[in-house]
Design a protein around this ligand. Structure first.
Ligand code: NCD
Length: 306
């Protein structure tokens, strides 16, 4: 059975710490890794739109000396002819050494993995999980704060459908002394199953509020998110909720001087462009980090040591 990464807990905390160490080494010594995946192929199967995740996977494999194949929309694959995800993945696993797959249906990468002869990485499944964004977020927090414990993190926006939030809450709940503040409108609260499995089961206290202003000064990290338009059942609800939180320089007046602001991107309206100039804005660094942690993950899953 190949090693798959469907959920962030498919990796132990020690393995994640190891990936962060490898990513740091790649950042310092990129030349050492430039041929590590020579003659290896990564397939990116994206049944849903993506900019950063797909291109950072592709850029990661190219920087390792490997090559890439794949598709960026379901319409250009045999899915359009009615092929099942299982058959598509079975086919691609005959050509590629490793597969990154994004799909609008929750659980699709897990189901597809049953048909693959090579490792499958979940690159986002519906409103469920997004483990490699979480690895990106963890590397970013580690680089910004120098640690993965002992801080207060606020998640703000669409905590219901935001798969990056679900995976990051789950991942961080395994580290020590982290205080969670969940900021959302009542209709977009963190799903009960995430609270039960990640927070309650581990006895981790958390706070829920609908006011970002009320908690801003407590936060060491602020994780902003986009309201996930594509997961709503009707447009009216989306239009009512989409601008619930808009981070501006004024809103940051009460924030700590060493706050780190993260966002998985894309942003729509929830962070004003003026915030980009604030030294606390870490989201463009986060974009860069995504490539290096994915390089580390590809090396690990292909069992290549440099
Ligand atoms: C996120 C995703 O696809 O879940 N984007 C990403 O991968 N960086 C966040 C989002 O789409 O809002």
């Amino acid at each position: 059975m190949p090693r798959n990464i469907i959920d962030v807990t498919d990796l132990t905390v020690e393995e994640i710490d190891g990936l962060i160490a490898t990513a740091e080494d790649i950042l310092q010594n990129p030349a050492k890794y430039q041929d590590a995946c020579a003659h290896k192929q990564l397939a990116t199967l994206f049944f849903e739109p993506s900019t950063r995740t797909r291109l950072s996977f592709e850029s990661a494999m190219l920087a390792l000396g490997g090559s890439v194949l794949g598709f960026s929309e379901a319409a250009s694959s045999s899915t359009a002819k009615g092929e099942t995800v299982g058959d598509t993945v079975h086919t691609v696993s005959c050509y590629a050494d490793i597969i990154a797959m994004r799909h609008p249906k929750e659980g699709a990468p897990f189901a597809a993995a049953q048909f693959s002869e090579v490792p499958i990485i979940n690159a986002g499944d519906g409103g469920h999980n997004h483990p490699t964004q979480t690895l990106t977020d963890l590397l970013t927090i580690h680089r910004e704060k120098g640690r993965l414990s002992g801080f207060t993190i606020g998640f703000c926006g669409d905590l219901k459908f935001g798969r990056t939030v679900h995976s990051l809450v789950n991942a961080l709940s395994r580290y020590k002394d982290i205080r969670f503040v969940l900021v959302s409108p009542a209709e977009l609260k963190l799903p009960r199953y995430v609270k039960e499995e990640a927070l309650k089961k581990r006895g981790i206290p958390y706070r829920q509020t609908d006011s970002l202003d009320a908690v801003m000064s407590d936060l060491d990290i602020l994780y902003m998110t986009r309201v996930q338009k594509e997961r709503f059942f009707n447009e009216e609800d989306y239009l009512r909720l989409k601008d619930s939180y808009i981070l501006t320089p004024e809103k940051l007046e009460d924030a700590k001087p060493d706050l780190s602001i993260l966002h998985p991107l894309p942003r729509v309206n929830e962070i004003a462009v003026a915030v980009d100039k604030d030294p606390r804005a870490a989201y463009w660094k986060q974009v860069k980090n995504g490539k290096f942690i994915r390089m580390a993950l590809i090396l690990k899953l292909l069992d290549i040591r440099v």
